[in-house]
Design a protein around this ligand. Structure first.
Ligand code: FAD
Ligand code: NAP
Length: 334
């Protein structure tokens, strides 16, 4: 028979928000279970240098996430390699179905499922996905040694990917739909100084072109947004870096969402429209979307969940005069 695990706090997601929630909930003695999902460590595992994580002038994204996982484990968070396929928030305890066959029941849930790369939705993009079209330069850049590459987008991800790809490519064309990048100034400066990168302003990707047997990319057709003129660019790889959408499929019919699926939280908290359910990180944040803000929200979610459980009297085995946190008093229940 399939296993059912009960926990006071179920954390869904293993990015900065999930692991930070794991650290705080563990230190509040809530014995949380954290389910990692298909991408253990989250989005930062798809990048190289992270230069804005406080305390590290430079750290590799995957290394930072390994450290966060170790920290959460060290303070007692149970970390499970599973994917939640179904979540029922209609009654407490909440129940979650794992892809492994396990069922989780929880008094409180912290949603930290983050965001996933967006695609343009072109038929030719779909056709060549995995055969020259990618959304992850660190995963696939290596395959394009000495080749020409195209990157689509104008944010931090597109600029970082273009810069990273110059380690392999002979030339990188950055196609952006405007003539101004929204990336950080320091990244734009690096991009402009890089002789291997050529920006193509005011253009959008019209079509990826390539061969059928074997399936492979040969180039792109880019369209000028004002004149409609088509420019053909030879390329073996096309990297789509047009942003990320919140991974809210599990809850979109159960919780209030806005701005294309971001889970709504009460301002200044991580409380969702269902008491006992909290959301943190890129799943709820359509503005900042940074590792450090996600981690901050993970902390808030754990403290919010702890306060809720204390008020419900669900924190068994101890008497609380105040929810745990700064200056909280806890007495052993003997
Ligand atoms: P994510 O990191 O998106 O993690 C989501 C987690 O949820 C994953 O572990 C996933 O497996 C899990 N999950 C999803 N669905 C399920 C499910 N059904 N069941 C179980 N688990 C599930 N930010 C910076 O501050 N500095 C940077 O230098 C920086 N560089 C970046 C480079 C790139 C290429 C990208 C894409 C982003 C970068 N960011 C950077 C943004 C940063 O990565 C995100 O803001 C941050 O990772 C969001 O954290 P999160 O915990 O909300 O979610
Ligand atoms: P983003 O900031 O949302 O930028 C998306 C880019 O793609 C924009 O330039 C946008 O154009 C373009 N775009 C969107 N839809 C498009 C379409 N249909 N066709 C053509 N172009 C399209 O996304 P991101 O760069 O992935 O960054 C996401 C978040 O992660 C941000 O908060 C970012 O700061 C963070 N991040 C941080 C770092 C870092 O700190 N070093 C690195 C990576 C990511 P417009 O500009 O015209 O809208």
């Amino acid at each position: 028979m399939a296993e059912t695990r009960h926990t006071k706090v179920l954390i869904i997601g293993s990015g900065p928000a999930g692991y930070t929630a794991g650290v705080y909930a563990s230190r509040a003695l809530l014995n949380p279970i954290l389910v990692q999902g298909i991408e253990p460590g989250g989005q930062l595992t798809t990048t190289t240098e992270v230069e804005n994580w406080p305390g590290d002038t430079e750290v590799q994204g995957p290394d930072l996430m390994v450290r966060m996982e170790s920290h959460a484990r060290a303070v007692g968070c149970e970390i499970v390699g599973d994917i939640i396929t179904d979540l029922d928030l209609s009654r407490r305890p909440f129940t979650a179905q794992g892809d492994s066959g396990a069922t989780y029941s929880a008094d409180a849930v912290i949603l930290a499922t983050g965001a996933r790369a967006k695609w343009l939705g072109l038929p030719s993009e779909e056709k060549f996905k995995g055969f020259g079209v990618s959304a992850c330069a660190t995963c696939d850049g290596f395959f394009y040694r000495g080749q020409e590459i195209v990157v689509i987008g104008g944010g931090n991800t597109a600029v970082e990917e273009a810069l990273f790809l110059t380690n392999f490519a002979s030339k990188v064309t950055l196609i952006h739909r405007r003539d101004e990048l929204r990336a950080e100034k320091i990244l734009i400066e690096r991009l402009m100084k890089n002789p291997k990168i050529e920006p193509l302003w005011n253009h959008v990707l019209e079509e990826v072109v390539g061969t059928d047997a074997p399936l492979g990319v040969e180039g792109v057709r880019a369209r000028h947004v004002d004149t409609g003129k088509i420019t053909e660019i030879p390329a073996k790889g096309v990297f789509i870096a047009i942003g990320h959408a919140p991974a809210s499929e599990l809850v979109k019919d159960q919780l209030e969402t806005h701005m294309g699926g971001y889970v709504v939280v009460e301002p200044g908290t991580t409380r969702t429209s269902i008491p006992g359910v909290y959301a943190a990180g890129d799943l709820t944040d359509h503005v900042y979307r940074q590792a450090v803000t996600s981690a901050g929200m993970g902390c808030m979610a754990a403290l919010d969940a702890e306060k809720f459980l204390a008020e419900q009297g669900d924190v068994s085995g101890r008497v609380m005069t105040e929810p745990l946190g700064y200056g909280a008093e806890v007495e052993a229940d003997t």
